[in-house]
Design a binder for this molecule. Sequence first.
Ligand code: S3P
Length: 173
Amino acid sequence: MKVFLIGFMGVGKSTLGKLLAENLKLPFIDLDENIESAEGVTLVEMFEDGGERDFRKIETEHLNQIIENNESFLLACGGGTPCFDDNLYEMQEAGIVVWLDMPVVSLVHRLKEFKAKRPLIAKLDREGMIDYVSGLFSKRRRYYSKAHIHFQVDEKNSDDFLLLSKEIEAYRK
Ligand code: S3P
């Protein structure tokens, strides 16, 4: 089984993804980490050197390699992964695509703490962040909404991954 977790920055794809993968007995892969360790540079450096365009090219290459070289996995994608090239189509064809969704106001709140490692928002102040996140989210929603499963993350519910595991199992049958 190949499971792809998509959704906006800060929604918790990596954290929830690890718990889900363990529960579903699938190897966990984090696309951003996979890119950083294979390329030997951080995402921040990559954006500084080649800009977003180069990063997207590399991201697509890594995504395709992971799909080709692995029988089964749960992949935590980057927030922009389904919105570039044919990535969304490739994922839909290869397995189950799951959108982790959360209200923009919660995303902004969570991203304030974790923006340093995220080149797209690292330099934004509070107001800039609200504008940017809500603008980008409304552009990306049309990609995210094509996922096979749409799951609303409840920040306060630590059992989310159990619920979502069941949805994924049910979808597979
Ligand atoms: C990005 C999200 C990041 C990372 C890169 C670009 C985006 O991943 O891939 O900084 O375009 O939304 P996370 O969603 O894991 O933060």
